[in-house]
Design a protein around this ligand. Structure first.
Ligand code: NDP
Length: 466
């Protein structure tokens, strides 16, 4: 590769080894504009295709993704770092989202036939909106790609998607499978490049009808600013600092298992990961002892290897962010982990021990910032009410869970917690048919379910005078 060529490509690094995982084009604003134009030409034809035919292509895409799941999962692990079973689960999640929208698009987009009025008969119909845009992060690049592209395409739109420059490879591989499944050229356009250039060009474009963004709160604000005045509709899926509240009557073993998977899945880099844990005073000692024991069983290493339960962080910046938050933690006591792993093969990757910090003070960054890595602060509380009050102190409002056997506690929590998604006795996962999104600084708009499909349509009213 010449120097000139290397300037035009993105080099993707394997977070477990520091080796090159692959390369992708470093596109610029003109490339983005060209992709939008191509997507518009495709939209004109795709929007006229019957919903049956569109569904068939979505189903076929899902089938090819399932057929190639081992290869896709390996690619995802190599570029993102998550362990192979999690990568496989995410690839299967992609297929499930495509299957869901394929199965509802023919029947869900209905209008209303209205009673006769003084002006005649009226009905409403739903139509696609045009070229849509999507900007996605690196933490769940395959699933989030599905959340944004499946409903848009199923509803008859085309979409231009910008994956994170850290994880463009799986998006490109899946787009190639969609093409093989019969998706016409231009319906699913992938533009690889930086957020500053490609992301900004998508946000500033006046030829994009909707932009769905997933990423940090700070970047979300930039995207809103760039989009302002362009007339596009926005979905903002931003950061979170999900609380998990364990009541005194909870099944402790089940709650411990939920906390371990809810915090350390994907090396703690999930928007709806459990980022703060509040536990009732009465059970705090027993709960924390069991949590520590289970956390210390987690094997850390290259996610491509068998038997590994937690891979590396995706980037060196992510690793530095975790170290900085722990250094600034204030009074909290580290009872498990707390160190970067540097010995031998670990040195080349971004490995950090699964970490538990007991009772950091209320001002600690661990309780106030979004900690995007394997660190779990645990705070004991004297009541469900004080846990809710504490949990609501952050600007975030993405997910939240309560662990209890009581219907009253469940309902009190669901009613009073600031969150777009509330789980009782589980956390983290969400099926494609259920709306997903946050409130407060965590964003607005919904992915998944019927809400997302409708987002990608406009309602038209037709009045017919007899
Ligand atoms: P970033 O906000 O850094 O990046 C997200 C995307 O935005 C990337 O594709 C990035 O491009 C792009 N981008 C960066 N700068 C700009 C810009 N100026 N204009 C337009 N686009 C830009 O987030 P991360 O990738 O670090 O992802 C982690 C964040 O995502 C966390 O806060 C997490 O909570 C959140 N998230 C939220 C979810 C939700 O549903 N609410 C789900 C998953 C994650 P590039 O990096 O390639 O330059």
């Amino acid at each position: 590769m010449t120097d000139n060529e290397s300037e035009k490509s993105i080099t993707v690094t394997n977070p477990a080894t520091g080796e090159i995982a692959g390369t992708a084009n470093l596109c610029n604003a003109d490339d983005t504009k060209a992709a939008i134009e191509k997507a518009y030409a495709a939209y004109l034809k795709w929007s006229a295709v019957s919903s049956n035919r569109r569904a068939a292509i979505l189903f076929k895409t899902a089938e090819l993704v399932r057929r190639n799941q081992d290869e896709l999962a390996r690619l995802l692990t190599t570029e993102q770092g998550k362990i192979l079973p999690e990568a496989k689960n995410e690839v299967q999640g992609f297929a499930a989202v495509y299957e869901f929208y394929a199965s509802i698009t023919g029947t869900a987009l209905t209008g209303d036939a209205l009673p006769k009025s003084d002006y005649g008969y009226a009905f409403t119909k739903r139509e696609p909106i045009g070229v849509c845009g999507a900007i996605i992060p690196w933490n769940m690049p395959v699933l989030i790609m599905a959340w944004k592209t499946a409903p848009a395409i199923a509803a008859g739109n085309s979409i231009v998607l910008k994956p994170s420059a850290k994880t463009p490879l799986t998006a490109l591989a899946i787009a190639a499978l969609a093409k093989e499944a019969g998706m016409p050229d231009g319906v699913l356009e992938i533009v690889t490049g930086s957020g500053e250039v490609v992301g900004r060009a998508l946000a500033q474009s006046r030829d994009i009808a909707s932009l769905s963004f997933t990423g940090s709160v700070a970047t979300g604000k930039e995207v809103e600013k760039f989009s302002c005045g362009t007339g596009k509709r926005l979905i903002m899926e931003l950061g979170g600092s999900d609380p998990m509240v364990v009541c005194a009557d909870a099944d402790i073993d089940k709650a411990v298992a939920g906390a371990v998977s809810g915090r350390f899945y994907n090396c703690g880099q999930t928007c709806t990961a459990i980022k703060r844990l509040f536990v009732a005073d009465e059970i705090a000692d027993e709960f924390t002892a069991k949590l520590k024991a289970e956390t210390e069983k987690i094997t850390v290493g290259n996610g491509i290897l068998k038997g590994i339960r937690m891979g590396p962080l995706n980037s060196r910046e992510g690793l530095a962010g975790i170290e900085s938050a722990l250094e600034r933690r204030g009074t909290g006591e580290i009872v498990s982990g707390g160190e970067r792993l540097t010995e031998g093969a670990f040195g080349a990757g971004n490995f950090f021990e699964p970490t538990i910090v007991l009772n950091p003070d209320g001002k600690s960054p661990l309780l106030n910032e979004e900690i995007f890595g394997p660190v779990l602060p645990v705070v004991s509380v004297d009541s469900l009410e004080s846990a809710i009050e504490y949990a609501n102190r952050t600007p975030f409002g993405l997910g939240a869970s309560v662990w209890t056997k009581s219907l009253r506690n469940s309902y009190t929590f669901a009613e009073n917690i600031d969150a777009g998604i509330v789980w009782v006795n589980r956390h983290l996962k969400i099926p494609p048919e259920v709306p997903f999104g946050g409130e407060k600084a965590s964003g607005y708009g919904r992915e998944n379910g019927l809400d997302a499909l409708k987002h990608y349509t406009r309602e038209k009213t037709v009045i017919i005078s007899p």
